[in-house]
Design a protein around this ligand. Structure first.
Ligand code: IMP
Length: 200
Protein backbone atom coordinates (compact mmCIF):
# COMPACT_ATOMS: atom_id res chain seq x y z
CA UNK A 1 0.00 0.00 0.00
CA UNK A 2 1.40 3.41 -0.91
CA UNK A 3 0.14 6.41 1.05
CA UNK A 4 0.90 9.92 -0.17
CA UNK A 5 0.17 12.15 2.80
CA UNK A 6 2.17 15.13 1.55
CA UNK A 7 4.33 14.97 4.66
CA UNK A 8 6.23 18.25 4.77
CA UNK A 9 7.74 18.33 8.23
CA UNK A 10 8.57 15.95 11.03
CA UNK A 11 9.68 16.60 14.59
CA UNK A 12 12.82 14.87 15.76
CA UNK A 13 12.39 14.43 19.52
CA UNK A 14 15.74 15.97 20.45
CA UNK A 15 17.61 19.26 20.84
CA UNK A 16 20.98 17.56 20.31
CA UNK A 17 22.68 19.70 17.65
CA UNK A 18 24.90 16.80 16.47
CA UNK A 19 21.89 14.57 15.83
CA UNK A 20 19.84 17.28 14.16
CA UNK A 21 22.72 18.12 11.82
CA UNK A 22 23.29 14.43 10.97
CA UNK A 23 19.61 13.81 10.27
CA UNK A 24 19.11 17.04 8.32
CA UNK A 25 22.08 16.19 6.13
CA UNK A 26 20.43 12.87 5.21
CA UNK A 27 16.71 13.75 5.15
CA UNK A 28 16.63 17.56 5.23
CA UNK A 29 16.19 18.09 1.49
CA UNK A 30 12.97 16.10 1.44
CA UNK A 31 11.30 16.95 4.72
CA UNK A 32 11.76 19.87 7.10
CA UNK A 33 13.08 18.48 10.38
CA UNK A 34 11.92 20.41 13.45
CA UNK A 35 13.58 20.16 16.87
CA UNK A 36 11.82 20.11 20.25
CA UNK A 37 12.76 23.79 20.67
CA UNK A 38 11.10 24.56 17.33
CA UNK A 39 7.74 23.28 18.64
CA UNK A 40 8.12 24.90 22.08
CA UNK A 41 8.67 21.62 23.91
CA UNK A 42 11.08 22.15 26.80
CA UNK A 43 10.08 19.04 28.77
CA UNK A 44 12.56 16.64 30.37
CA UNK A 45 11.16 13.58 28.60
CA UNK A 46 11.69 10.61 30.94
CA UNK A 47 13.76 7.76 29.51
CA UNK A 48 12.57 5.04 31.84
CA UNK A 49 12.50 2.08 29.43
CA UNK A 50 14.58 -1.05 29.84
CA UNK A 51 15.29 -1.32 26.12
CA UNK A 52 16.25 1.04 23.31
CA UNK A 53 12.90 0.31 21.64
CA UNK A 54 10.93 1.31 24.75
CA UNK A 55 12.85 4.56 25.21
CA UNK A 56 12.49 5.57 21.56
CA UNK A 57 8.73 4.92 21.76
CA UNK A 58 8.36 6.80 25.06
CA UNK A 59 9.96 9.90 23.51
CA UNK A 60 8.01 9.75 20.23
CA UNK A 61 4.67 9.10 21.99
CA UNK A 62 5.33 12.04 24.33
CA UNK A 63 5.68 14.44 21.40
CA UNK A 64 2.72 12.98 19.50
CA UNK A 65 0.39 12.82 22.50
CA UNK A 66 1.26 16.16 24.14
CA UNK A 67 2.02 18.28 21.07
CA UNK A 68 0.20 16.53 18.23
CA UNK A 69 3.11 16.38 15.78
CA UNK A 70 4.15 13.51 13.53
CA UNK A 71 7.60 12.74 14.80
CA UNK A 72 10.43 10.32 15.38
CA UNK A 73 12.76 9.66 18.28
CA UNK A 74 15.95 7.67 18.52
CA UNK A 75 17.76 5.85 21.28
CA UNK A 76 21.27 4.47 21.04
CA UNK A 77 23.35 2.11 23.11
CA UNK A 78 26.88 0.76 23.04
CA UNK A 79 26.79 -3.00 23.68
CA UNK A 80 30.09 -4.51 24.81
CA UNK A 81 30.17 -8.33 24.69
CA UNK A 82 32.71 -8.79 27.51
CA UNK A 83 30.50 -6.62 29.75
CA UNK A 84 27.37 -8.68 29.07
CA UNK A 85 25.96 -6.06 26.67
CA UNK A 86 26.57 -3.10 29.03
CA UNK A 87 26.30 -0.15 29.00
CA UNK A 88 23.47 -0.72 26.46
CA UNK A 89 20.35 1.29 27.20
CA UNK A 90 22.25 2.98 30.07
CA UNK A 91 25.07 4.31 27.83
CA UNK A 92 24.44 8.01 28.54
CA UNK A 93 24.71 7.61 32.31
CA UNK A 94 27.03 4.61 32.61
CA UNK A 95 29.39 6.36 35.06
CA UNK A 96 26.55 7.90 37.11
CA UNK A 97 23.59 10.24 36.83
CA UNK A 98 25.56 13.46 36.20
CA UNK A 99 28.62 11.98 34.51
CA UNK A 100 30.41 13.42 31.47
CA UNK A 101 31.22 11.54 28.24
CA UNK A 102 34.85 11.47 29.43
CA UNK A 103 33.75 9.71 32.65
CA UNK A 104 31.92 7.07 30.57
CA UNK A 105 34.94 6.50 28.35
CA UNK A 106 37.21 6.20 31.40
CA UNK A 107 34.89 3.65 33.01
CA UNK A 108 34.66 1.50 29.87
CA UNK A 109 38.46 1.47 29.57
CA UNK A 110 38.81 0.58 33.26
CA UNK A 111 36.31 -2.31 33.03
CA UNK A 112 37.91 -3.55 29.80
CA UNK A 113 41.46 -3.35 31.13
CA UNK A 114 43.33 -6.56 30.32
CA UNK A 115 40.33 -8.13 28.54
CA UNK A 116 41.26 -9.69 25.19
CA UNK A 117 37.76 -10.09 23.70
CA UNK A 118 36.86 -6.48 22.85
CA UNK A 119 33.97 -6.87 20.41
CA UNK A 120 31.15 -4.33 20.70
CA UNK A 121 28.44 -2.69 18.67
CA UNK A 122 26.48 0.53 18.57
CA UNK A 123 22.77 0.05 18.01
CA UNK A 124 20.27 2.79 17.23
CA UNK A 125 16.51 2.33 17.31
CA UNK A 126 14.24 4.94 15.73
CA UNK A 127 10.52 5.09 16.55
CA UNK A 128 8.46 6.90 13.90
CA UNK A 129 4.89 7.99 14.55
CA UNK A 130 2.81 9.27 11.66
CA UNK A 131 -0.92 9.63 12.25
CA UNK A 132 -1.73 6.68 14.46
CA UNK A 133 0.89 4.39 12.99
CA UNK A 134 4.05 3.46 14.93
CA UNK A 135 7.04 2.03 13.07
CA UNK A 136 10.39 0.89 14.54
CA UNK A 137 13.64 0.63 12.53
CA UNK A 138 17.17 0.00 13.74
CA UNK A 139 20.78 0.25 12.62
CA UNK A 140 23.88 -1.55 13.89
CA UNK A 141 27.63 -1.11 13.46
CA UNK A 142 29.96 -3.80 14.78
CA UNK A 143 33.44 -3.00 16.01
CA UNK A 144 35.70 -3.16 19.04
CA UNK A 145 36.75 -1.16 22.07
CA UNK A 146 40.28 0.18 21.73
CA UNK A 147 42.82 0.06 24.58
CA UNK A 148 43.03 3.86 24.73
CA UNK A 149 41.17 6.89 23.33
CA UNK A 150 42.14 8.27 19.89
CA UNK A 151 40.74 11.19 17.91
CA UNK A 152 39.01 14.48 18.62
CA UNK A 153 35.89 14.40 16.42
CA UNK A 154 32.45 12.97 17.16
CA UNK A 155 31.10 12.59 20.68
CA UNK A 156 30.31 10.07 23.42
CA UNK A 157 32.24 6.82 23.09
CA UNK A 158 33.64 7.67 19.63
CA UNK A 159 37.30 7.89 20.81
CA UNK A 160 37.29 4.24 21.97
CA UNK A 161 35.14 2.62 19.24
CA UNK A 162 36.84 1.26 16.14
CA UNK A 163 34.30 0.03 13.55
CA UNK A 164 34.88 -3.33 11.84
CA UNK A 165 37.19 -3.08 8.83
CA UNK A 166 38.65 0.26 9.94
CA UNK A 167 42.07 1.16 11.37
CA UNK A 168 40.78 4.30 13.06
CA UNK A 169 38.16 5.16 15.66
CA UNK A 170 34.92 7.04 14.98
CA UNK A 171 36.54 10.08 16.63
CA UNK A 172 39.29 10.03 13.97
CA UNK A 173 36.78 10.06 11.07
CA UNK A 174 35.09 13.08 9.55
CA UNK A 175 31.31 13.28 9.87
CA UNK A 176 30.57 11.98 6.36
CA UNK A 177 32.81 8.92 6.78
CA UNK A 178 31.19 8.13 10.14
CA UNK A 179 27.62 8.68 8.89
CA UNK A 180 28.22 6.34 5.94
CA UNK A 181 28.73 3.34 8.23
CA UNK A 182 27.38 4.33 11.63
CA UNK A 183 24.49 2.81 13.57
CA UNK A 184 22.55 6.09 13.34
CA UNK A 185 23.42 6.50 9.64
CA UNK A 186 22.08 3.00 8.95
CA UNK A 187 18.94 3.48 11.06
CA UNK A 188 18.35 6.84 9.37
CA UNK A 189 18.72 5.26 5.91
CA UNK A 190 16.02 2.75 6.91
CA UNK A 191 13.84 5.58 8.21
CA UNK A 192 14.27 7.37 4.89
CA UNK A 193 13.28 4.21 2.97
CA UNK A 194 10.11 3.89 5.04
CA UNK A 195 9.28 7.56 4.51
CA UNK A 196 9.94 7.33 0.77
CA UNK A 197 7.93 4.13 0.34
CA UNK A 198 4.99 5.12 2.47
CA UNK A 199 4.71 8.80 3.26
CA UNK A 200 6.42 11.14 0.79
P1 IMP B 1 21.31 8.61 22.73
O1 IMP B 1 20.24 7.64 22.99
O2 IMP B 1 21.47 8.88 21.26
O3 IMP B 1 21.21 9.86 23.54
O4 IMP B 1 22.68 7.92 23.10
C1 IMP B 1 22.95 7.46 24.41
C2 IMP B 1 24.43 7.56 24.68
O5 IMP B 1 25.12 6.69 23.78
C3 IMP B 1 25.02 8.95 24.44
O6 IMP B 1 25.00 9.73 25.58
C4 IMP B 1 26.44 8.62 24.05
O7 IMP B 1 27.20 8.44 25.21
C5 IMP B 1 26.32 7.29 23.35
N1 IMP B 1 26.26 7.49 21.89
C6 IMP B 1 25.17 7.58 21.11
N2 IMP B 1 25.52 7.72 19.82
C7 IMP B 1 26.87 7.72 19.80
C8 IMP B 1 27.81 7.85 18.74
O8 IMP B 1 27.50 8.00 17.54
N3 IMP B 1 29.09 7.82 19.11
C9 IMP B 1 29.49 7.66 20.40
N4 IMP B 1 28.67 7.55 21.41
C10 IMP B 1 27.34 7.58 21.11
Amino acid sequence: MVLHTGLESLVMATNNAHKLAEIRRIIGQKIKILSLDDIGCHDEIPETGDTLEENALIKARWVKEKYGYDCFADDTGLEVDALGGAPGVYSARYAGEHCTPADNVALILERMYGIAVRSARFRTVIALIIGNEEILVDGVVNGCITAEPSGMDGFGYDPVFKPEGSDITFAQMDADAKNAISHRGRATARLLSVLNERFI
